[in-house]
Design a protein around this ligand. Sequence first.
Ligand SMILES: [Zn+2]
Length: 414
Amino acid sequence: MPFSLTPLLGKRPTEGREQFAVERVGTVVEPRRRMFELLKTDTSSKARVGRLTTAHGVVDTPVFMSVGTQGSVKAIDPRELREMGAQIILGNTYHLNIRPGMDIIRAAGGLHAFINWPAPILTDSGGFQVFSLATIRKIQAHGVEFRSHLDGSLLFLGPKEAMGIQRELGSDIAMVFDDCPPHTSTPRELRAAVERTMRWATECREQPRAPGQMAFGIAQGGTRSDLREECAKALVALEFDGYAIGGVSVGEPEPEMMRAVEMTEPFLPANKPRYAMGLGTPAQLVELAARGVDMFDCVLPTRVARNGTAFTRQGSISIQPGAYKADFRPIEEDCDCFACRHFTRAYLRHLLNVGEILGLRMLSVHNTRMFIRVMEEVREAVMNGTFGEFRRQFAANYVPTQKVLLARAAVAER
Ligand SMILES: [Zn+2]
């Protein structure tokens, strides 16, 4: 690992944060140096390697970002995350604003200090949660009136509020507040969502930000190529620091998700990072990197770990069945994660069977390291000019889930 972990031990959060910034980037990065550098583009695909310099350090892309919705990557502590090469994590405006509330995070000195994570943080604007989790009361010109999913209290979130909260959280990358419609939306609903997203992006752009905080636009448009193009072009005209492809991972089958990315990517500038929101499996990440995506976030590694599922180069496997009862191999032979270096499948299966927390923690560690390592390998392959072969081999080894296979077959028949 390129950095020592001692600053996280036995220090107050703010001290740790300062220590880390000094170690990682020499000093807190000068504003003029905060940027995205494109280091290499693959010749066989649109895959790229880049370097994103944020206020809290450098992020090498393509990158997998672990999701810490509630201010914690579930079951994994910051020291473990750094040990396994995590460069940047996610926080969520909607959830953190409800609990613990901004007065607490403000008093702690911002999100980095509150959660003791001194490296880069990207915060989601809360738009996705408002449209998917909360009960919407009224969509207004400048935001959404909704009832909290927790206690039903009436809340309001719009571009101004979402950017204001992210400013106080002090994240390195703030996302605009967008309208993320479900996969089942009608063309009319999609059009309305795109118009709202473009209007709200303009409002977000005008809001003040934390020192050094970048802002990313989010392109919507579902599976309509005309809407994807229109939305992407409108956002690019606003000159954001990066661009996300939203409206994916909303229940659509894999081929539609790939198409949504392919419809949007050509309209995004090469010199800015591209982020596919909420995706995907390791095999999908490699394919999306091949389509020119630089940043990914997904709850899968930690969510499926809690169901006893591990990701491997051969696809996902469930550790719990009896087949592993006396299997004294690690989850994956060549994996360098803590779980694979120390424990066997038989032991992990036993822990899961008797409901010991260590079992799901170790699966979370393995899965997260697996996602991070795949991105490390993508970067290496692009730099070496071997990405085409890496991609081919990865796809050949990886057995997708039945759900993904069925979706591919259904689209092939059309
Ligand atoms: Zn492992």
